[in-house]
Design a protein around this ligand. Structure first.
Ligand SMILES: *Cc1c(COP(=O)(O)O)cnc(C)c1O
Length: 355
C-alpha cells in the first residue's frame, strides 16, 4: 500500500448524494462531491488538494484551449458485496498517462503519485459507489496547460484534476459500425497512441456522418492506405475468427493501447485460446464474415467493457454479425471481468487494487 502523502483534504460542506436518482443515471452527467486538483508550477508538482467539486478558474489565454496540450484517462472503481472498493488496473492508466504526457511535452506524474491521487479521491467519495450489480464509479483524471500566454510552446504550468461520476450499467446494446475509408483518426507519427483531447474533437465530424447513416461508431482504418482496420471510437476492436482471437497490433503508434483489450487477451491466453496481435485487413474481415469463420466481433473499452458489434457497414453493404446470444467467448469475458471487478471471483491476475 502506498503512503498517503501531500494530499490536503478540504471536505465539501454538504453532500449531493441524496439527490442521485439511481434508477435513471445518465453516463457522465452526475458528479460526486469531491475533486482532486494538483498544479505544476516552478518546475514541480505542488501539493494536491481534494475539495468540493466545482468550477475551475480559466484565463482567456489559457494555453490548453488555444494549442491543445490536454490529455485524459478513464478508469473505474467497484464496490464488492462486502463493501470493499476495488480499482481496476490503475497502474496501467498511470503509465499510459505518463506516456501521453511525454508525447505532449507535459510534465510526468510519477505513477505511484497518480495512483495515490485516484485512490484517495475514491476513498473520500466511496459512498458514491453503489454495490448493486452494474454500478460503478467512473474516474476521469486529466491534465491541461494553464499558462496565460498566446504563443506556441510547451506551457510552463499545468493543472491535473480528477473527478468521478457514479454510473450504471452502460447498456451494452449491440453497436453498428461503419468502416471508414476516407477520414482518418490517427496517422503514423501522430498522437493516436496518446489519450489526447484533440483526437476526439477531430473524430466528431466523420462520426456524425456515420451516425446520419445509422451507425453508432466508425471502424477506423489506417491513414495511409485505408485497407487495415484499427479501432473504433473509444474502443479497441477484437475478432474471433476460426477460434483465434485477433486484434490489430498496437505496434503502430496509431492505436490506443487499451487496458480492457490487454485484459481480454490475458483472459483468452489463460483459457488456452490462441491470440494474434497483427495487422487485420478489411479484405480479411469481409471474407471471414462472408464465409462464416468470424464468430464474434466486439469493441473493448473501459466504459462498456465489451460492446458486441451487430452490423458492419462496408461501402454499400451492411453485413450482419452472428447473434449476440451465441457468442460464447464475449459472454464469458463479460461475466469473468464483472466478477473480478466486483470481487465475486478470485482475482488470480492481480488486476484489482483495494482502496
Ligand atoms: C480509451 C480508449 C480505448 C480503450 O482503452 P481502455 O483502457 O480499455 O479504456 C480505445 N481506443 C481509444 C481511442 C480510447 O480513447
Amino acid at each position: 500500500m502506498i503512503k498517503t502523502t501531500n494530499i490536503k483534504v478540504t471536505p465539501a460542506q454538504t453532500s449531493k448524494l441524496s439527490q442521485v436518482d439511481w434508477e435513471k443515471l445518465p453516463f457522465g452527467r452526475v458528479f460526486s462531491d469531491h475533486m482532486l486538483v494538483m498544479e505544476y508550477t516552478d518546475g514541480e508538482w505542488q501539493e494536491a488538494e481534494i475539495k468540493e467539486f466545482g468550477d475551475l478558474p480559466m484565463h482567456p489565454a489559457e494555453s490548453a484551449i488555444h494549442y491543445g496540450q490536454s490529455i485524459f484517462e478513464g478508469l473505474k472503481a467497484n464496490k464488492t458485496a462486502e463493501g470493499d472498493i476495488l480499482l481496476f488496473r490503475p497502474e496501467m492508466n498511470a503509465r499510459r498517462f505518463a506516456e501521453s504526457s511525454k508525447r505532449m511535452c507535459m510534465p510526468v506524474i510519477p505513477e505511484e503519485m497518480f495512483v495515490e491521487c485516484v485512490r484517495k479521491l475514491v476513498e473520500i467519495d466511496s459512498n458514491w459507489i453503489n454495490s448493486e450489480p452494474g454500478f460503478s464509479l467512473y474516474i476521469r483524471p486529466f491534465m491541461y496547460a494553464i499558462d496565460p500566454y498566446v504563443g506556441i510552446r510547451p506551457s510552463d504550468s499545468y493543472r491535473f484534476v480528477i473527478f468521478t461520476c457514479p454510473v450504471g450499467a452502460y447498456y451494452s446494446e449491440p453497436v453498428n459500425v461503419k468502416i471508414e475509408e476516407f477520414y482518418t483518426r490517427a496517422a503514423a507519427g501522430g498522437v493516436g497512441r496518446a489519450k489526447v483531447a484533440g483526437n476526439y474533437g477531430s473524430s466528431m465530424f466523420p462520426a456524425k456522418i456515420g451516425q446520419e447513416l445509422g451507425f453508432h461508431q466508425l471502424l477506423w482504418t489506417d491513414a495511409k492506405t485505408h485497407t487495415f482496420i484499427e479501432e473504433s471510437g473509444t474502443m479497441n476492436i477484437m475478432l474471433m475468427i476460426d477460434g483465434v482471437l485477433i486484434t490489430p497490433s498496437e505496434e503502430s503508434d496509431t492505436i490506443l493501447r487499451g487496458i480492457t483489450k490487454r485484459s481480454v487477451i490475458e483472459l483468452a491466453e489463460s483459457w488456452g485460446i490462441p491470440v494474434e496481435e497483427r495487422k487485420v485487413s478489411i479484405a480479411e474481415l469481409i471474407t471471414a464474415i462472408k464465409d462464416g469463420s468470424l464468430t464474434e466481433v466486439f469493441g473493448a473499452g473501459t466504459a462498456a467493457t465489451i460492446a458486441p458489434i451487430a452490423k458492419i457497414g462496408y461501402r454499400d453493404e451492411i453485413l450482419e454479425m452472428p447473434p449476440v446470444e451465441g457468442r460464447e467467448f464475449s459472454n464469458r469475458v463479460v461475466e469473468t471481468m464483472n466478477n473480478i471487478k466486483s470481487g465475486k471471483e478470485p482475482d488470480v491476475f492481480g488486476w484489482t487494487l483495494k482502496v
